[in-house]
Design a binder for this molecule. Structure first.
Ligand SMILES: *[C@@H]1O[C@H](CO)[C@@H](O)[C@H](O)[C@H]1NC(C)=O
Ligand SMILES: *[C@@H]1O[C@H](CO)[C@@H](O)[C@H](O)[C@H]1NC(C)=O
Ligand SMILES: *[C@@H]1O[C@H](CO)[C@@H](O)[C@H](O)[C@H]1NC(C)=O
Length: 262
């Protein structure tokens, strides 16, 4: 609805939006490449260029199905970037250039985290012959990498030009890497509800009293403190199979503390 649209507009150019662009572009590369390797797409397949290669002296050769990300990369570019380029027109809107950069950062993460898996063959796993293939990392690992990039994202100058540059003047000499996530606008305060921006705030959120992470009461409740309620769970327990044929259980009660942000 229009509320989501306003929210999207207001959050434009923040780190959170940078992460969403990157993770979406990476996800598309990942999913398309998986389909290529599964033989589900006519335009692409496993990486055939590697077949037959390897190193006989080191005792391994390429085999199996190596993930070929090229088709997925170009699919992600034409699906996600072309509409942005079209919208930006000749004037070269800087915010759009930044979104393009963040899309590419996501794709580069998939490429960077490619790895090689091998399997041994030979008498009782002696590894006399090894077959190796290239494989993408799990999307979970790619997500963690991008989360790290999000936490270290770079604020760029809001005098957006075609060439993106850091806001911090003293750091302008440090080049911006392809994998860096970029933002212009500071994030709004996610702690307090803001209906106009579509931010629910953290009041009433369940938190973990002993965690130092983002789910911990300290961080999640933004220093407002938390309420503790005791919640009673009733479940079936100590179930026994009785011959023949039914199961008899007891009812067990457990009490757990649940903490919610003030
Ligand atoms: C490939 O296609 C089959 C059959 O439609 C489907 O079950 C499978 O999930 C697909 N695999 C991938 C990785 O897309
Ligand atoms: C982009 O613009 C070109 C030329 O105006 C047009 O042919 C093409 O269909 C547009 N592509 C998208 C995805 O909007
Ligand atoms: C709370 O955090 C601690 C420490 O990180 C963790 O060991 C525990 O499993 C968490 N509890 C819940 C309910 O998530």
């Amino acid at each position: 609805g229009s509320r989501e649209l306003t929210a999207l507009h207001c959050l434009a150019g923040t780190k959170e939006s940078a992460f969403v662009y990157a993770v979406t572009a990476a996800g598309l590369v990942h999913a398309v490449t998986r389909s290529c390797s599964a033989g589900n797409v006519t335009e692409c397949s496993c990486d055939t260029k590697l077949q037959g290669g390897g190193s006989a002296s080191e005792g391994w050769h390429w085999g199996g199905c190596s993930d070929d990300i090229h088709y997925g990369m170009s699919f992600s570019r034409s699906f996600l970037d072309v509409p942005i380029r079209n919208a930006s027109g000749k004037s070269g809107n800087g915010l759009l250039a930044m979104n393009l950069h963040n899309n590419e950062a996501g794709r580069q993460a998939v490429a960077k985290l490619m790895s090689v898996d091998c399997r041994c063959h030979g008498v009782s796993g002696s590894c006399a012959v090894k077959t190796c293939w290239k494989t993408m990392s799990s999307f979970e690992k790619i997500g963690r990498f991008l989360k790290d990039k999000y936490e270290n994202s770079i604020q760029i100058s809001d005098k957006l030009k075609r060439k993106l540059r850091r806001k911090e003047k003293s750091q302008r000499k440090i080049p911006i890497q392809k994998e860096d996530l970029l933002y212009v606008n500071k994030s709004p305060n996610y702690c307090v509800e803001d209906q106009k921006l579509g931010i629910p705030g953290t009041q009433g959120r369940e938190c973990n009293r002993t965690s130092d992470g983002p789910d911990g009461c300290n961080l999640l409740c933004c220093g407002r403190g938390y309420n503790t309620h005791v919640v009673r769970h009733v479940e079936r327990c100590e179930c026994k199979f009785i011959w023949c044929c039914y199961v008899r259980c007891r009812r067990c009660e457990t009490m757990t503390d649940v903490h919610t942000c003030k």
